[in-house]
Design a protein around this ligand. Structure first.
Ligand code: ATP
Length: 448
């Protein structure tokens, strides 16, 4: 039996993973859990989500399907916050996983689906299900059952004793840093070194104490054993599509849809612009082009400062374009975005919200030369000439030689090619952390 559950919690409390953990325990007398339960993240752009758009599934070998359905239903009703305005639980119990269910998962992680689409498929495939209130959770429950994971990671979630829910969590942070030291890179996103934060524990009233993510269950358990905290009520190791980029579609600028996530190739149209609140935006264009001289940055013959505006406008062939955003919570990732210059060739990864690409990571394929106009060197005495006044070229103060045109010089780029990502404190559950790539043929800049 393949059991899927979703949309049981609210901002006020509870958690679908906790419900699944309790249900697995309650079903122990009626069957045997096969393999690891699965924590499936779905389209991160879904607006109904409570937190991270998670759904749960596990498989059970049982001779008593009616009893299993009854226990599952009772547990769902008991541990769902049905009073939550946005809580619409769904429970799906299938006897097999068909190709259409697998396809439904692929759509649910990348597109926005309707409740009707889930109900129709459930009816057509003859699957047992129960939806409560609007039954929106049927989308996630069906997708979780159908999820095929060509790539996966693990997360161990530790739960709090019920009496402590809603109170501040006690976790000895020094032991979390130690756990990271012992097990990184086989575990990740427990702490954020750059931002000096422990990031593996929520602050909400739900039953989760913390979650340890990683690629190796042995290393995850080692980290778990190293961490000192308030008593753990129970813990579960999940297999998950987290950290796999399952939501990312190969895309093309000018052909993207709202609420979907892509990898796009393009050229930076100009330096990033900051808006109040610390958010950064830059434009990515489909076509790249050579810098024309008018478009260059630098000191003009009038000796007045740089002309960033002009430089932004010059030279790039217009194709499709898209705004890319690095919002304030992406912290030090913005330092990289600030260094991008017009003509840099990139791949960007992220989700399209309100027509803007919200960045999760970038791959700098080629750094454009950072060409600037500067006063030329005197051919006689090799010293830098000075502006002779507006529109009058340049003059050497020493030997009085003149030049009508500026020199074009390359400024050094304080940036390397390769992949850059948002720090752990801003990571999306589905985003593949660069540390997982484990490749030597490409330049990686993992954020830790
Ligand atoms: P929970 O811990 O309860 O799962 P959450 O943050 O994961 O909290 P939900 O409360 O599950 O969010 O709300 C997400 C809702 O969106 C669910 O009803 C789920 O079925 C639905 N959903 C998931 N993926 C999609 C999708 N691709 N299109 C439309 N709805 C979706």
């Amino acid at each position: 039996m393949f059991i899927g559950i979703d949309d049981t919690d609210s901002e006020r409390g509870l958690c679908t993973t906790y419900l699944a953990a309790v249900l697995m325990e309650r079903l122990a007398p009626w069957g045997e859990i096969c393999g690891l339960p699965r924590l499936i993240r779905l389209n991160p752009c879904v607006r109904y989500k409570t937190r991270g758009n998670a759904a749960l599934a596990f498989s059970l070998d049982s001779e008593q399907p009616d009893m299993v359905k009854r226990v599952a239903l009772q547990t769902l009703l008991e541990l769902s916050d049905l009073s939550g305005a946005n809580t619409n639980p769904g429970l799906v119990i299938a006897e097999e996983v068909t190709e259409r269910m697998k396809a439904f998962y692929c759509s649910a992680v990348r597109e926005i689906l309707s409740i009707d689409a889930a109900r129709s498929l459930l009816d057509e495939e003859g699957i047992w299900y129960r939806g409560f209130k609007k039954g929106r959770g049927l989308i996630g429950a069906l997708a979780a059952v159908g999820a095929e994971l060509p790539d996966w990671t693990y997360e161990l979630i530790a739960y709090r004793q019920p009496g402590r829910w809603g109170t501040p969590r006690f976790i000895d942070h020094s032991t979390v840093w130690e756990a990271d030291r012992l097990t990184y890179p086989l575990t990740w996103d427990t702490v954020d070194h750059h931002n000096r934060r422990v990031v593996f524990a929520p602050h909400s009233a739900d039953p989760v104490l913390f979650g340890i993510r990683g690629s190796d269950p042995t290393a995850i358990r080692r980290a778990f054993e190293a961490i000192r905290s308030e008593p753990v009520d129970r813990y579960v190791l999940y297999q998950t599509n987290q950290g796999t980029d399952a939501h990312i579609l190969p895309g093309e600028i000018g052909r993207v849809s709202e609420s979907q996530s892509y990898r796009l190739h393009g050229f930076v149209a100009g330096p990033a612009r900051a808006i109040p609140g610390g958010h950064l935006f830059f434009t990515l264009e489909k076509g790249g082009g050579e810098l024309s001289e008018e478009g260059l940055d630098g000191e003009g013959p009038d000796g007045k400062g740089r002309n960033e505006e002009k430089r932004n406008e010059g030279g790039v062939k217009r194709g499709g374009r898209i705004e890319c955003a690095a919002f304030e919570p992406t912290k030090n990732f913005r330092d990289i975005i600030k260094k991008l210059r017009r003509g840099d060739e990139l791949e960007v990864y992220g989700s399209v919200r309100d027509g803007t690409m919200n960045l999760e990571k970038i791959n700098i394929l080629h750094l454009a030369p950072d060409r600037v106009k500067a006063a030329p060197l005197c051919p006689q005495c090799h010293r830098r000439m000075k502006s002779a006044g507006k529109g009058q070229g340049y003059r050497c103060r020493l030997c009085k030689s003149r030049s009508s045109s500026p020199a074009i010089e390359d400024r050094p780029r304080d940036l390397e090619r390769g992949y850059y990502e948002v720090p752990p404190c801003a990571r999306r559950h589905l985003s593949l952390p660069l540390i997982r790539l484990n490749r030597t043929d490409i330049c990686l800049h993992p954020s830790r």
